[in-house]
Design a protein around this ligand. Structure first.
Ligand SMILES: Cc1ncc(C[n+]2csc(CCOP(=O)(O)OP(=O)(O)O)c2C)c(N)n1
Length: 323
């Protein structure tokens, strides 16, 4: 299990927030290309989940995958390389921001197809069960994805076959631009678990220590009872859906309400109150994370290395994946 000291948890969340802010700026200034989906505001879910499972447990993530990938242990350097299309990137520069995969850190990857993470995770869980492994798979998905047929089929299958999957709903209130209040038939996605005889719970996803402890409980349940589990984390994406989102579908008042529940601000305050860290030390962490990313970005901008077309073809059509 990863280090779960409070300062390590806070540092991980700050790294993720700093990373996302830098990426946002690089896209805005046209130094990075394509599109990107930021998860600013959802850091407590990412840290709590990654630190609450074993490092040998798997995750399958979504189009909003930066935070999950960082928290599971991938290097900032390899991620930024990927975003720049550099051959030193996580997927040798062939995937970009939306397709991060890191098998060494037991991250089976992400795809732009909303809901596909759940089907892939369920299939992986079947294989883990068949091979007698004690590991589980976390299937990340959003409130929008929770309406897709494949998510329901996967939950049904995981239940009848008792597969080791943690269905992790990241309810951030919106799909692309539509409110979950209008688009999802239940107030809580956790309520859907009972349709499939899957135990479930809904929690505050902006409270990192709560997420960590509930994920640990769920992982223990999945391993001991040999049953899937559905955990809904209630959170909010402070950023737009993607880089071109003008946020016309929600109010500034709503955003201000959620800003009061910022997971990093909240946890910083808790740790300062407990005497575990000072605000000066937090500022030092922020600066060090920021400088580290700036150095990495500068080095990629100075020296860009791309795969040739022939080399790319070799990877695209590679038959086997070795861990
Ligand atoms: C199968 C499919 N349908 C639609 C889309 C377009 N799309 C991309 S992201 C998105 C919203 C997904 O919302 P949610 O699952 O809540 O995740 P979030 O973006 O909030 O993280 C949609 C509809 C897609 N990529 N794939």
């Amino acid at each position: 299990m990863e280090s779960t000291s409070p300062v390590a948890i806070l540092t991980l969340m700050i790294r993720s927030r700093t990373f996302e802010r830098k990426i946002e700026q690089l896209f805005r200034t046209h130094k990075m290309h394509g599109t990107t989906h930021l998860a600013i505001g959802q850091e407590a879910v990412h840290a709590g989940v990654a630190l609450g499972i074993d490092s040998s447990d798997w995750i399958v993530t979504t189009h909003r995958c930066h935070g999950h990938t960082l928290a599971k242990g991938s290097s900032v350097e390899a991620m930024i390389g990927e975003f720049f299309g550099d051959k030193r990137g996580l997927s040798k520069g062939l995937g970009g921001s939306m397709h991060l995969i890191d098998l060494k850190h037991h991250n089976a990857g992400s795809s732009a197809v909303v809901g596909s993470s759940v089907a892939l995770a369920t299939g992986m869980a079947l294989q883990l069960q068949r091979s007698g492994s004690d590991n589980l798979v976390v299937a990340f998905f959003g409130d929008g994805a929770s309406n897709r047929g494949v998510v329901h089929e996967s939950m049904n299958m995981a239940s009848i076959w008792s597969l080791p999957v943690l269905f992790l709903a990241e309810h951030n209130e919106y799909g692309m631009s539509s409110s979950a209040k209008k688009m999802v038939s239940v107030d809580s996605i956790a309520d859907r678990g009972s349709s499939y005889s899957i135990k479930s719970e809904s929690i505050d996803g902006n409270d990192v220590e709560l997420v960590l402890s509930k994920v640990r409980d769920a992982a223990r349940y999945i391993r001991e009872e040999k049953r899937p589990f559905l955990l809904e984390t209630r959170t909010y994406r402070f950023s737009g859906h993607s880089k071109s989102d003008k946020l016309l579908y929600r109010s500034r008042e709503e955003e201000a309400e959620w800003a009061k529940k910022d997971p990093i601000g909240r946890y910083s305050q808790i740790l300062v109150d407990r005497g575990e860290i000072t605000y000066d030390q937090i500022a030092e962490i922020e600066q060090s994370e920021s400088e580290n990313i700036d150095t990495i970005v500068a080095s990629y901008l100075e020296d860009h290395q791309e795969l040739t077309l022939e080399e790319s073809m070799e990877y695209v059509y590679h038959d086997e994946v070795s861990l």
